[in-house]
Structure formats: structure tokens, C-alpha cells
Design a protein around this ligand. Structure first.
Ligand SMILES: Nc1nc2c(c(=O)[nH]1)N[C@H]1C(S)=C(S)[C@@H](COP(=O)(O)O)O[C@H]1N2
Ligand SMILES: [Mo]
Length: 579
């Protein structure tokens, strides 16, 4: 009998239990992903296959799946998406393990296909270079290798062992003049020089059932060896974990923190400081949103599955297009300009009425209008197409940026170097516009262009090309569903109408008339304002509604509109039970 023949003939009947087959698939996939992560740490964290596929999923989501797009757009559901991708991958990996039970090559081919999918996704990303295929390809190669090793272990059909054993057996048989079924107890198979040595301790005493008797029934020669498989699984898990950890260390997360500390040392003071925040800007009511949002609590919305890491020493901002003097500014160039400090409340267009995608910070940065004027912006330009490190784009009306408001290339937030999630080292901040048309994080390029020539990321995905912030107000307390004691109750919240400013906030209990709330102070028209009102509540269920009027005299509409395409409208209301 020939070794090859036995191997072919017994592949499907090795007696490897389903759980073990599934485990081989999962561990091989883990090795693939760990290796990919490690290589991605060297190449670019965004080129890691899960991240690349996730990014492609986000970008490819058809406008028809608007619900989904809105959620992705708005909430930064990244952990959910990543978990989903990992679960799908785990299912596929389990399937590949089962496939490998039929024939190892099938499972290996499946892993290779997934490597190609990952590589294609990585290449399709807007910021991709040719090297971005490497993590997926290296991962697939490692996964294929791991799978084949695991199956050799699972079935103890280590080809080298077997070939060595059977050849020795043949030789022994020949020497004994073709005596059939001669035991070859003197033959202890060893690893071939071509493959990694399998330490003898890993198979103590297990040789007796199969390899010593090459002439025994084939199925027995390949009997499932749980212990050897689990040793292989352990090795695979260690490799996968080490790869993942190494990738994380290499990915520059650590370097990013060091870079931020470096920038903190050279951050200039504001040439034009903002007015001090008046004591009355914060009513200090427990449960009420603070006037200044701490950086750690600031909402985050973006399409980046991994936070782009940008080295400020290598960062440049390229300004080109409809300008007389295209420029490429370095970070040092930017810091040499007189910096302006401004309190600006950012708001996301996908914020539902009453939602939490708004935050207020004190930003420090160079005035964008001055930078554009220095570049010689042309009259026919009406759009700034800004591009972030990860390829995301944003279209901002030129007239808004040039009208004198504090549109900034910001480098600091609330007295701290920009946090990485909020755009380190430089982001745009434009008072009065929703984030998707103004607040480019990790900005590296501004193409001065026209709305009739260019389109930004969200426009073909069902969102308006222009997005001025709508006048809105929110009740922070009491909260909907709260149980409230009868009598006097404080109703409080925030209201915003950036760059117009809030002039009045009114509160209504059930169908009764609107009552004027007390407005807290602020530093200018670009921030939200806190408001509060004491109301008397009688026992029962009551619905409290709020509406704001901005400084142009416009009172927000009661008409309810969803966030898409250009921002939600309607009154925020909460229903409470009073006892
Ligand atoms: N590079 C990049 N910048 C971006 C986005 C993005 O997806 N990528 N999202 C924008 C949107 S939709 C909003 S609302 C703001 C949110 O800024 P924050 O995450 O700092 O709160 O960032 C904007 N800047
Ligand atoms: Mo947004």
C-alpha cells in the first residue's frame, strides 16, 4: 500500500469530531488575523483586513439602506460593526474547518479566497497603496499554513512521519523478503529536515496505535489525536495573540500619544484669546449638560474604524485648486500663524431631536479664511473640498468660511492638544455648519473648487450638499420616564443655533401656554446655551416640550423631520409621572 493512497483514501473518514474540525478553522483564522494585524502594524493599521472590509462595508452601504446608513453615520457604531464582521468571519472559519475535514486543501483554498477578499478591500480604500494588500496576503498564507499543520496534528497523519515510517517499513519488509505485516517496532519516526521538528515529548507513547503498524487499517493510521491537536491549537492561539499585540504596538497608538505630548510642549498661546467664560454660562444644575463638554465626553462621529495616526512632524496641508498660489503648509507653518481661540458647539446632522450628538469646546487654531486668502482663493470658488488622512471628504461653502466667523484649522480643544479621536493634529471647525460639511478631522488637503464640479463623501449617500445647523433645543431634566414629586420641579436643558445665537427658550407643560425659560450666559453666538425653568406639576402624567428662538427671530418649527437629508426638526418633549 502506498502512503499517498492511504492519505487520499482516509481523508473523509478520519474520525475527527465536528468540534475539532471547527476548532481548526477558528484557530487558523485567528492565526491569519493575528498575522495580518502584525503586518498591518508595519504597513498601515487601516490595511488590516477586518478594518479594510469594515470600511468598504461602510462606504458601500447603499443609500436605500438609509436606516442603517443613518445609524452608521450618526452613532459611530464601530464596535458593533467590527463585532459583526468578526462573528461572520468566525462562522466562515468554522465552515472552512469542516470543509478541511473533507479535504485539507479545500479549507486552505477557502482561506486563500478570504485573503484575496481582504486584499481587494484594502486596495479599494481611498487611501490605499500597493503595500496595503500585504496584511491580508500574509495573513492568508499564515492561516493556510496553520490549517495544514493543525490537520496533520489532528489526524496524526503528519506526512513526514508517515512517509518516514512507511518507507522504513517498506525497507524493513524488503529486508525480510517481503514478509507481510511485519511490525516495525524499531522505527521511531522523526520529523523531516524540511519541517519543524515535533518534540518527542509531544507524542509520548502514542506511536503504538498507528505508525508502528503501517499495514494496519488506514482509518486507524489516521485516528484522531485530540492531544496533539490541542497542543497545536495552543500554539496557534499564542501566535495569533502575539501577532495581534505586536500589530497594536506597531500601529502607532503609542507613538501617537508621544507625538501629542511633543505638540503639547510647543503649542503657542492664543494671539486672539476668547473672552473668559462668564460664571453664569453654567447653571450647575445636577443632570444638566455642562456648558463646556470635557474632551473625554465629547461625542465622536466618523467613518474611521481605526483612528488615523498622523505624525505632526510629517503632516502637511495641501491647498490647491482654484487658488493663485497653491501651498503646502507644515505643522510648524501653522503654529507660526497668530492663533485664534473660539468657543464653538459642534453638532452632527444625524442627531435626532433630543439626541446627544452635540458638544461644546474651546478650540484653538489658525483662521482658515486667512490661510485661503494667502493662497489667493479665486472668486469663482464656492466650495472647499477638504480631505482627511483616511480619504474621507467634506464640502464646505466658501462664503461661510470667509464671512468673518471663527472658522479654524484647530490644533487644540479645551486647552489640550487635539485628542486623536477628534482629529489630531489638525481639524477644521466651522461655526454654524453640521460636522459632515465642516469639521474634517485629520485634515491633510483642501481642494478649492465648486459645488457643481465636486461632491463630498456623504452627498451621494443621501445627505444634502450644504448643511447649516438648524435651531434646536433639548430637555436634559427631568428625563423621559422619570418619576417626579408633585410641586415645583426644575426643567432644564440646552439650545443651539450656531452663529445666529439663541435669543429665547420656551417650555410648555401638556397643552398649556409657552413659558419663558431663564437663559444662561455664553461667550458668543456659536455656542449652545443652557436654560432652565421651575414649573409646578400636579400628580399624573405630564408631557413637557421645549422650543427655541434664534437671534434672527426664527422659532424652531414643530414639524417633525428625520435627520436625513439635512437635519432633524420638531420639538423635543419628555413625559414624566408625577406623584
Ligand atoms: N475625517 C473625518 N472627519 C470627520 C468625519 C469623518 O467621518 N471623517 N465626520 C464628521 C462628522 S459627521 C461630525 S458630526 C464631526 C464630529 O466630530 P467629533 O467626532 O470630533 O465630535 O466630525 C466630522 N469630521
Ligand atoms: Mo455628523
Amino acid at each position: 500500500m502506498n502512503a499517498e493512497g492511504i492519505r487520499e483514501g482516509t481523508r473523509e473518514s478520519t474520525g475527527v469530531p465536528t468540534w475539532a474540525a471547527v476548532l481548526t478553522g477558528l484557530v487558523a483564522a485567528a492565526v491569519a488575523l493575528g498575522t495580518a494585524q502584525l503586518v498591518a502594524g508595519l504597513v498601515d493599521p487601516a490595511a488590516a483586513p477586518v478594518v479594510a472590509v469594515g470600511g468598504a462595508v461602510i462606504d458601500a452601504t447603499p443609500a436605500g439602506l438609509k436606516e442603517w446608513a443613518i445609524r452608521t453615520f450618526g452613532s459611530g457604531d464601530k464596535p458593533v460593526l467590527l463585532t459583526g464582521i468578526v462573528l461572520v468571519l468566525a462562522l466562515i472559519a468554522a465552515g472552512l474547518g469542516l470543509l478541511a475535514r473533507r479535504r485539507t486543501a479545500y479549507g486552505m483554498a477557502g482561506l486563500a479566497v478570504f485573503g484575496l477578499v481582504g486584499a481587494a478591500a484594502a486596495l479599494s480604500r481611498p487611501d490605499a497603496g500597493a503595500a496595503h494588500v500585504l496584511p491580508s496576503l500574509a495573513g492568508a498564507a499564515a492561516g493556510v499554513y496553520a490549517l495544514s499543520r493543525l490537520w496533520r496534528r489532528a489526524t496524526r497523519s503528519d506526512e513526514d512521519d508517515y512517509v518516514a515510517a512507511s518507507r522504513a517499513a517498506d525497507r524493513a519488509a524488503e529486508a525480510r523478503s517481503h514478509t507481510p505485516a511485519q511490525p516495525v517496532s524499531d522505527v521511531v519516526p522523526v520529523s523531516s529536515p524540511a519541517g519543524p521538528a515535533t518534540p518527542a515529548v509531544m507524542r509520548p507513547g502514542t506511536m503504538s496505535s498507528g505508525l508502528r503498524q503501517p499495514s494496519a487499517p488506514a482509518a486507524e493510521a489516521y485516528a484522531f489525536d485530540r492531544r496533539r491537536l490541542l497542543n497545536g491549537v495552543t500554539a496557534g492561539v499564542v501566535v495569533a495573540g502575539a501577532g495581534g499585540l505586536g500589530g497594536w504596538l506597531l500601529s502607532g497608538r503609542k507613538n501617537g500619544e508621544l507625538a501629542r505630548r511633543g505638540v503639547a510642549k510647543v503649542l503657542p498661546r492664543a494671539a486672539r484669546p476668547a473672552a473668559p467664560i462668564p460664571a453664569g454660562a453654567d447653571l450647575r444644575i445636577p443632570g444638566l449638560t455642562p456648558f463646556v463638554t470635557p474632551n473625554a465626553d465629547f461625542y465622536r462621529v466618523d467613518t474611521a474604524l481605526v483612528v488615523p495616526t498622523v505624525d505632526p512632524a510629517r503632516w502637511t496641508l495641501k491647498i490647491h485648486g482654484l487658488v493663485d498660489r497653491p501651498v503646502e503648509l507644515t505643522f510648524a507653518d501653522l503654529l507660526k500663524r497668530p492663533l485664534t481661540e473660539a468657543d464653538v458647539t459642534l453638532t452632527c446632522v444625524s442627531n435626532e431631536v433630543g439626541g446627544s450628538y452635540a458638544g461644546n469646546a474651546r478650540w484653538l487654531g489658525a483662521r482658515l479664511a486667512d490661510v485661503l486668502r494667502d493662497a489667493g482663493i479665486r472668486r469663482e470658488a464656492d466650495m472647499l473640498l477638504s480631505v482627511s488622512e483616511d480619504g474621507w471628504t467634506c464640502g464646505t461653502p466658501v462664503d461661510v468660511v470667509m464671512d468673518g466667523r471663527d472658522a479654524l484649522l484647530a490644533v487644540a480643544m479645551n486647552g489640550e492638544v487635539l485628542p486623536e479621536e477628534h482629529g489630531f493634529p489638525v481639524r477644521q471647525v466651522v461655526p454654524g455648519l453640521y460636522g459632515y460639511v465642516s469639521a474634517t478631522k485629520w485634515v491633510t488637503e483642501i481642494k478649492v473648487t465648486r459645488f457643481d464640479r465636486d461632491e463630498a463623501y456623504w452627498t451621494p449617500r443621501g445627505w444634502a450638499a450644504k448643511g447649516p445647523i438648524k435651531t434646536q433645543s433639548r430637555i436634559d431634566l427631568p428625563r423621559g420616564g422619570d418619576k417626579v414629586r408633585a410641586g415645583r420641579t426644575t426643567v432644564a436643558g440646552v439650545a443651539w443655533a450656531q452663529h445666529r445665537g439663541i435669543d429665547a427658550v420656551e417650555v410648555r407643560v401638556d397643552g398649556a401656554g409657552w413659558q419663558q425659560a431663564r437663559l444662561a450666559g455664553t461667550t458668543g453666538p456659536d455656542t449652545w446655551r443652557q436654560w432652565s425653568l421651575e414649573v409646578d406639576l400636579t400628580p399624573g402624567r405630564h408631557t413637557i416640550a421645549v422650543r427655541a428662538t434664534d437671534a434672527t427671530g426664527y422659532t424652531q418649527t414643530a414639524d417633525e423631520a428625520p435627520p436625513a437629508p439635512d437635519g432633524a426638526t420638531g420639538y423635543h418633549s419628555v413625559t414624566v409621572t408625577v406623584r
